[in-house]
Design a protein around this ligand. Sequence first.
Ligand code: BTN
Length: 240
Amino acid sequence: MIYRIEETESTNSWMAAHLGDSLDAVVCSRQTAGRGQRGNHWESEDGKNICMSLLYKPVRILASDYFRLSEAVATAVCLCLQKFLKRDDIRIKWPNDIYVGDSKICGILIENRLEGMRISHSIAGIGLNVNQEVFLSDAPNPVSMKQLSGTDHPLDEVLECLMDQLKTQLEMAETDPKRLESLFWENLYRRDGVFPYQDQENGRFDARIVGIDAMGRLCLQDEKTGEKRWYAFKEVSFIV
Ligand code: BTN
């Protein structure tokens, strides 16, 4: 079931308060307190973009494998955008932003409810910039589908594609996680080459991505020292 509402604080919070069936979704025209990663506010102009949250109740995926959900959702959005925009620079920026070139087109906020080793439910919030043309917040590098294609994209068509892809990739997360891992890796931003990064201990350094483990940690190999370092989310920044 897809719930369509005009306004809410945050679709993730709405979903958490209305828990229904797995794969139910809520979409809204306006969030009054849209939430982003790191406690940031999520900017989205009224009625121009997709602001949605999907409820998912994992069957086999354990709490220790929660990164699979992130892989599934990011891959779904990435493949859907590739279909609409027909470009070869649409990528997943670890762990789960979607980038076109060096600009961010979609942010994902996944909130899991754990019960021991199980994930009783997961709420995947997706903010996809579709028809917005001007961005006012200080988010560093936003872009929308319309800015890239020059035309409006009907929100319903984008939503349909997203829902199809989300179902497919979440199914893959349950049944064929290795295949999903490969798809995620193939579509990874900066998968090849040396780029600048920054962490607390080393400051700014050049490195290449050499792996991602089952917990979703990113492994960077320092170009100068050859050292391989593993990072959890928020422990390293990409200098874009
Ligand atoms: C990010 O900071 O990159 C994540 C942004 C996630 C935004 C979406 S919009 C729909 C859902 N509801 C929220 O409050 N946040 C997510």
